[in-house]
Design a protein around this ligand. Structure first.
Ligand code: ADP
Ligand code: MG
Length: 256
């Protein structure tokens, strides 16, 4: 369909090991338009990471995933993942080297150009001045900022984020949410963002999905709240209640 940066049709994913098999995603369909910020909520173990890993090309699957007209078969720089883990940077490279390395692999050799790209994206994530630091000299929030800068610098079609702020304290998390939104508004990027946190999903997402324990998308809503969104925005409480009830429902189902 025109305008779709990502189309998923009939996605099925079964993990099999030995005699047992576990079907996690069942005929899942999803289309995402360029420029959307799609947040995905769902109970633990429902298949959120599996879905985003399939999109990233990290998993084998049945069905079709098409990104910007191309069939997804393996990882590619059109789809870059940012993880929850603070250790997604090379510990032996400085902050700027971490950002430059994948660009070098992509064939950018000119040192001045590499420097200007890493400087540009470090500025965007508010880390100007930290170019020569090593990952172990940074806080968790700063490491996540570097991971975001590294992803952005590659100019992917879609940025895939699997609970990137889940391990951060509340204040750092709020700061990073604000920064990510600022970047989203400036850069014309498309984001798929997995979170456990309903507030995070409503504040960030232009569209919010809920996955069920069966690995199906049971709610798919355009966010009706005008940005900048916060818990005091009109309509926030109603939306929070809707997703909170649906999540509770899913969690009770799982315990039967
Ligand atoms: P979520 O991210 O929503 O918490 P996951 O996608 O990580 O859920 O996991 C969904 C289901 O798939 C779980 O039952 C989990 O145990 C199973 N699973 C995930 N990864 C693997 C794997 N590599 N091998 C076997 N089963 C897996
Ligand atoms: Mg997960």
């Amino acid at each position: 369909m025109s305008g779709d940066i990502l189309t998923i049709k009939n996605l099925n994913k079964t993990y099999s090991g030995g005699k047992s098999s576990n079907t996690v995603l069942n005929n899942l369909d999803l289309s995402i338009k360029q420029g959307e910020f799609v947040c995905i909520l769902g109970p633990s173990g429902c298949g959120k990471s599996t879905l985003i890993r399939c999109i990233a090309g990290f998993e084998s699957f049945e069905g079709d995933i098409i990104c910007n007209g191309k069939t997804v078969k393996k990882p590619g720089i059109d789809r870059i993942m940012v993880f929850q883990d603070f250790n997604q940077l090379y510990p032996w490279k400085t902050v700027e080297q971490n950002i430059q390395y994948p660009l070098k692999v992509q064939g950018i050799k000119d040192k001045k150009r590499l420097k200007s790209i890493s400087d540009e994206f470090l500025k965007k994530v508010d880390l100007d001045g930290k170019q020569k630091f090593y990952p172990h000299e940074l806080s968790g929030g700063m490491k996540q900022r570097v991971a975001i800068a590294k992803a952005l610098a590659l100019k992917p079609d879609i940025i895939l984020m699997d609970e990137p702020f889940a391990a951060l304290d509340a204040m750092t998390r709020n700061n990073l949410q604000e920064e990510l939104l600022k970047i989203y508004n400036e850069e014309n990027i498309t984001v798929i963002f997995i979170t456990h946190n309903i507030q995070e999903a409503i504040v960030l997402g232009t569209r919010v999905l809920l996955m069920s324990k069966k690995g199906e998308i049971v709610i798919d809503e355009q966010n009706p709240i005008a940005p900048p969104r916060s818990p005091v925005s009109e309509g926030y409480a109603a939306m929070w209640q809707q997703f909170s009830n649906a999540l509770k429902n899913e969690n009770t189902k799982g315990r039967q």
